[in-house]
Design a protein around this ligand. Structure first.
Ligand code: C2E
Ligand code: MG
Ligand code: MG
Ligand code: MG
Length: 285
């Protein structure tokens, strides 16, 4: 506890601050342990095209804590970013994804699938990020054309030229890019046309109330029109109902992801969805 009497003392630690700090330190130590002990899990959520065919998946990390159970990324990715632990975590995610892509490449029923991986700003900003991605693809014999990296607008706050350069290098090797959570950040339209993205992901927060909020409908409509004019695909996130999907389809949205099609789950569940045993074969729509 900082001294609360004398003169100029201004660092008064409140009990809540102490608790928060303890929590952070605890969490950081646990996170380091988690990486060592391989407590992370990679979940897969299907992405479908306008006909309802599964075209791929997004990988979403989960932390299977031995005592606290499954922890969602929202609870630990921000701290992992701050502490730099996102770098080893991100490398693990990429390795897992490449391992899976290599496996899919050997199976004609799965070889067409695209795998989207979330990349943090801190991770992307590593000076050797491009080399890391290419080495991981090569180590696993994974096809670069099947890998999509999801970046967020926060990446564009600094050094856009550097970002373009890295994206171009990876694109040259066949890797694709999606702009995640589009519309929630700060991206400038001037940058957007210079960045080699393949798709814009319409954020869950706009899709959620798209049928009841005129403003959200207007935003979604604008995003799709913008993407069309820049020749980018659109992927709607957080599609939970058929009416939402139909509304988005009417606006010309290309791809869909959300609980309506499938929740994030273990890779086996995703693969079963793509190639169900003959008796339960149906099309999603
Ligand atoms: P994101 O990349 O925008 O992922 C979409 C989030 O929406 C996921 O949350 C997903 O589970 C959720 N979602 C999918 N469909 C629906 C739906 O129909 N309704 C609703 N309400 N939500 C839906 P999740 O898995 O909790 O991940 C949250 C965020 O954590 C991700 O947002 C991403 O920014 C980050 N994240 C996840 N995995 C990784 C990773 O491997 N690396 C990094 N750097 N970040 C990750
Ligand atoms: Mg994402
Ligand atoms: Mg998103
Ligand atoms: Mg998000």
């Amino acid at each position: 506890r900082a001294k609360q009497d004398g003169g100029n003392a201004c660092h008064v630690f409140h009990p809540e601050m102490e608790a928060a700090l303890q929590d952070r330190l605890w969490m950081e130590a646990e996170l380091r342990q988690a990486i060592q002990d391989e407590q992370m899990r990679l979940y897969y959520q299907p992405q479908v095209d306008a006909e309802g065919n599964i075209i791929g998946a997004e990988t979403l990390i989960r932390w299977q804590h031995p005592e606290h159970g499954m922890i969602s990324p929202g609870a630990f990715i921000p701290l992992a970013e701050e502490t730099g632990l996102i770098v080893p975590i991100g490398q693990w995610v990429l390795a897992k994804a490449c391992e899976r892509l290599a496996h899919w490449a050997t199976d004609p029923a799965l070889a067409h699938l695209q795998l989207s991986v979330n990349v943090s700003v801190h991770q992307f900003q590593q000076h050797d990020f491009v080399a890391q991605v290419l080495a991981t693809l090569a180590d696993h014999h994974a096809p670069p054309e099947r890998l999509t990296l999801e970046l967020t607008e926060s990446l564009l706050l600094a050094n856009v030229e550097g970002v373009i350069e890295k994206m171009m290098q990876l694109k040259h090797h066949g890797v694709s890019f999606s702009l995640d959570d589009f519309g929630t950040g700060y991206s400038s339209l001037a940058y957007l046309k210079r960045l080699p993205f393949n798709a814009l992901k319409i954020d869950v927060s706009f899709v959620r109330d798209v049928l009841v909020e005129a403003n959200d409908a207007a935003i979604v409509k604008t995003i799709i029109a913008l993407a069309d004019s820049l020749q980018l695909k659109t992927v709607a996130e957080g599609v939970e109902t058929l009416p939402q999907r139909d509304f988005l389809a009417q606006l010309g949205c290309h791809h869909y992801q959300g609980y309506y099609y499938g929740r994030p789950g273990p890779v086996e569940a995703f693969e079963t969805l793509v190639t169900p045993p003959p008796a339960q074969r149906t099309t999603l729509r």
